[in-house]
Design a protein around this ligand. Structure first.
Ligand SMILES: CSC[C@@H](O)[C@@H](O)C(=O)COP(=O)(O)O
Length: 353
């Protein structure tokens, strides 16, 4: 049975608490939109697509609580609370916009049913598109290569197979790659706690390294490609992703190694011209001063803790989505690609401009 991090139970949302993995597998129950917003903010659920799916279910919970009084207007406070949970992953706002469009058309019991259907559709589409994305990404990876990845982009971060990790999983199953190198991903350790755990469960060879090993490994020819996920991709292809991604892209370029971004269409934000206007989440200093409650720095040391960085499109070899591959992303290539796929369903044939 495939790993899943989100379970919808009609009157509640259950989330596999990612703060505790891999030491404990404990499900957190959300009964309200406030519960869901808290779970997103506190990282019980994380990863751009999983955040979007959770938020959609959060809107359903808000509508259920309102009952006959559920309308676009009465849902606004819940939508605002969910939107304020984390700023960088555009999938959150994309999912809420979809729910808001539904809310504009009806009310009461029919609205609750329509919102439930929409949240289930968002979840299901994400699951399906993961596999399509993986099929597009697989042939790009160098045969027999060891591929470096950052953060966690797997089943835990999405509705199912994963984005970058989905590509790696499929590539291993197809016999294409030799193994995966997972960077720890300070300070939340998504690489060590989540990615290495997910891959080991499936028998994919994974080697865990400290984040600061990447340059050394590339210099020695031990990395043949880098693949990461994304939290927001702007109109010119600039990509916000977990802090440390930009450094990996610079290193990859220096060593002549391809650098791939794998993300669903819902991660592309064509409204922003470039990465300079992406809001980068700053998280609490305690995340850097402590590891799981244990102090590792002076209690009062000033800390800067950006959760994401922006990789300029010029450093990205290609962006892989469920509709195909955008090679050498820039404003023109991104626009051509988006125009080509307008109105397509997740199951439509892919395009490869
Ligand atoms: C498929 S997940 C893509 C990104 O959301 C992922 O790479 C990432 O940066 C997650 O950050 P997180 O802070 O753990 O939510």
């Amino acid at each position: 049975m495939a790993l899943t991090a989100l379970r919808w139970r009609e009157d509640r949302l259950e989330l596999l608490d990612q703060r505790l993995l891999p030491a404990q597998s404990r499900w957190l129950t959300c009964h309200s939109a406030d519960d869901v917003a808290g779970a997103i903010r506190d990282m019980a659920v994380r990863g751009a697509p999983a955040i979007g799916i959770s938020a959609a279910y959060g809107v359903v919970l808000a509508a259920r609580a309102l009952g006959a009084a559920a309308t676009a207007a009465t849902l606004t406070p819940a939508l605002d609370t969910l939107a304020a949970s984390r700023p960088t992953a555009v999938n959150l706002f994309w999912a809420l916009a979809r729910m808001q469009r539904i809310a504009a058309t009806q009310q009461g019991a029919t609205l609750i049913q329509a919102l439930t259907n929409e949240a289930l559709a968002i979840h299901d589409e994400d699951r399906r598109m993961n596999h399509r994305l993986a099929a597009f990404g697989l042939p790009l990876l160098p045969e027999g290569g060891r591929i470096y990845t950052h953060c966690n982009t797997g089943a835990l971060a999405t509705g199912g197979h994963g984005t970058a990790l989905g590509v790696l999983r499929s590539a291993w199953t197809a016999g294409r790659i030799r193994g995966v190198i997972a960077g720890e991903t300070r300070p939340w350790m998504q690489g060590s706690r989540l990615t290495s755990w997910e891959l080991m469960q499936e028998g994919v060879p994974v080697t865990l390294v400290t984040d600061n090993s990447a340059g050394h490994l590339m210099q020695r020819g031990e990395v043949q490609a880098v693949i990461v996920g994304a939290d927001r991709i702007t109109a010119n292809g600039d990509t916000a992703n977990k802090i440390g991604t930009y450094g990996l892209a610079v290193l990859a370029r220096h060593h002549g190694i391809p650098f791939y971004v794998a993300a669903p269409l819902s991660t592309i934000d064509p409204a922003l011209p470039d990465g300079s206007s992406i809001v980068i989440e700053e998280r609490d200093a305690s995340e850097v001063r402590q590891i799981q409650g244990t102090p590792i720095a002076p209690a009062e040391v000033p800390v800067q803790n950006p959760a994401f960085d922006v990789t300029p499109a010029a450093l990205i070899t290609a962006i892989i989505t469920e509709h195909g591959v955008i090679h050498a992303p820039d404003t023109a290539n991104m626009a051509a690609y988006l125009a080509n796929i307008e109105g397509r369903d997740v199951d439509d044939a892919g395009v490869n401009p």
